[in-house]
Design a protein around this ligand. Structure first.
Ligand SMILES: [Zn+2]
Length: 112
């Protein structure tokens, strides 16, 4: 039986998942690639990976997010400036985004 971590890693591998969120250096907030402007492309996005701590480049910031899969080089995403993106980078970022969205939306039900 696979662990949750192994299942998540397998899903990422099968879907060739690109990093759509990153952590902004200045305030440590999760930031969606679609919220950036064109002039924030590359290292100007001032974002880091919350898992490995690496600086991230915003690729194609400010361009429309396609609703159907297109080539990896076209779809806006974050890319590690040096080194590579590990599965742990995507998993950690997903955990932070999920928590941030739940706290913002207050959409989680906790029994008394
Ligand atoms: Zn990373």
């Amino acid at each position: 039986m696979q662990t949750h971590q192994e299942q998540a890693a397998g899903w990422i591998e099968r879907n060739h998942t690109l990093m759509a969120w990153a952590v902004r250096s200045q305030d440590r907030k999760a930031t969606y690639i679609g919220s950036l402007q064109r002039e924030q492309t590359g290292l100007k996005c001032d974002c880091v990976c919350p898992s490995c701590g690496g600086r991230l480049q915003a690729i194609n910031a400010g361009k429309p997010i396609p609703t159907v899969p297109v080539g990896k080089t076209i779809r806006p995403h974050f890319r590690h400036d040096a080194g590579q993106q590990y599965e742990s980078c995507l998993i950690k970022m997903s955990q932070i985004v999920a928590l941030q969205l739940l706290l913002q939306e207050k959409a989680i039900y906790l029994p008394p």
